[in-house]
Design a protein around this ligand. Structure first.
Ligand SMILES: [Zn+2]
Ligand SMILES: [Zn+2]
Length: 390
């Protein structure tokens, strides 16, 4: 029996959520090599809970990690062949509580943020735990208690995962498992627009790139009272979802002059531009379509240096800032919007697979098979979703 260890002695469990001896977990070997195996169920420590994973969404960053390793960091290095389980956009049911945890109860449905910073460094103290200075330091002599689930610790392509209580958000009874996995994506968009950006109602927002973050940025911007909200995209099926999520205007980048059209719609340029593509074309468009004193949020990870008119930013007092995830509990606020049904995030969820079908799910996400946007792996604990592919 694995739970006779000292860590488990202090953990609260319940007969209502019986724990198996071991859990199924996907483990990364060499790049792109995932194997379904059995692992010991981790014990939650102080300020932590054990979550039974009910559903996990696939993110472009997962595909990146599987191929290149980065931005995952396990024991100070690349995540390959370290018995590491990826997956970070998950939700589930609390199955056990660490010592002293009274903020949640066993049986609570929760969705999670990824980052629990160290809580000690300058950025964590500011609430910018995504930018924690002790990122990845959670092992051996440098254990600062930092966790970024699925990046620096084991994640959600498994039956159970440990989470810090600060990273968990209760899920309303009428929200499906699949929808709840999308909260952290909406929270990332929210953090970019409000906490980092300072958006107030009535300001104009342009979102370039209708991927999951871009589409939910449209939804969040609209819910926050931005006006107008403009989406720039090339794929009509995604542009259409953008309209349903609240875009007042959609610009088809294939056959319109994007900058000229934004100027026409906003007069002096957009107050906010969220660039979710981050290539040379979109960066230059973003710079030239931003109003004086406006802000550009870079929500993409360009692999190559990008050439653009830096002087234009200076002359026009334009702010440029990057965003690498959620922060300052923006995910909690995104859940408030979704619980109130201010927008229907389910529109970006296109496919559901079982845990055993993870490789197929990854393939759908990677190759955008059947116009896949958000692909979700569901453990089948909740009600069946009609989008399940058989
Ligand atoms: Zn993600
Ligand atoms: Zn920190």
């Amino acid at each position: 029996m694995t739970r006779e260890t000292p860590e488990w002695k202090a953990v609260k469990t319940s007969p209502n959520m019986p724990l198996p001896n071991e859990m199924k977990a996907w483990v990364l070997g060499d790049p792109e090599e995932l194997t379904l195996t059995e692992k010991v169920i981790p014990a939650p420590g102080k300020a932590e809970a054990l979550v039974r994973i009910d559903a996990v969404a696939i993110c472009a960053t997962d595909l990146e990690i599987l191929k290149y390793g980065t931005p995952a960091l396990i024991e100070g290095g690349a995540p390959f062949n370290k018995n590491y389980t990826p997956g970070h956009e998950y939700m589930g049911t609390i199955a056990a509580l660490g010592p002293g945890v009274d903020e949640f109860e066993i049986g609570d449905r929760v969705t999670v943020e990824i980052h629990a910073g160290c809580g000690q460094c300058k950025r964590c103290r500011m609430g910018m735990y995504t930018s924690c200075h002790n990122y990845g330091k959670n092992y051996g002599d440098v254990d600062k208690g930092h966790r970024a689930n699925g990046f620096t610790t084991d994640g959600g392509f498994a039956q159970y995962a440990v989470n810090n209580i600060n990273t968990m958000i209760r899920v309303p009874d009428d929200m499906s498992d699949e929808e709840a996995t999308l909260v952290v994506t909406a929270g990332t968009s929210m953090y970019g627009l409000t906490e980092l950006g300072g958006l107030v109602a009535g300001e104009s927002v342009v979102v370039i790139g209708p991927g999951p973050i871009g589409l939910l940025a449209v939804a969040v911007a609209k819910s926050l009272g931005a006006s107008p909200v403009i989406l720039v995209g090339t794929r009509e099926n995604r542009n259409e979802i953008g309209r349903k999520l609240g875009a007042d205007y959609v610009i088809d980048a294939r056959n319109e002059d994007v900058v000229a059209r934004v100027m026409e719609l906003t007069g002096k340029g957009a107050d906010y531009v969220v660039d979710c593509a981050g290539n040379e074309t979109t960066t230059n468009q973003a710079v030239k379509m931003t109003n004086r004193g406006g802000r550009i949020c870079l929500a993409a990870f360009p692999k190559e240096p990008v050439k653009f008119d830096l002087g234009y930013l200076a002359v026009n007092n334009i702010y440029l800032y990057g965003i690498r995830g959620e922060g300052r509990s923006a995910t909690h606020r995104a859940m408030a919007f979704m619980a109130e049904k201010r927008f229907d995030a389910r529109l970006v969820h296109t496919h559901t697979f079982s845990m055993e079908e993870l490789p197929t799910a990854l393939k759908y996400a990677r190759e955008r098979i059947d116009d896949a946007i958000k692909v979700v792996v569901s453990m089948g604990n909740g009600p069946k979703d009609p989008k399940t592919v058989k």
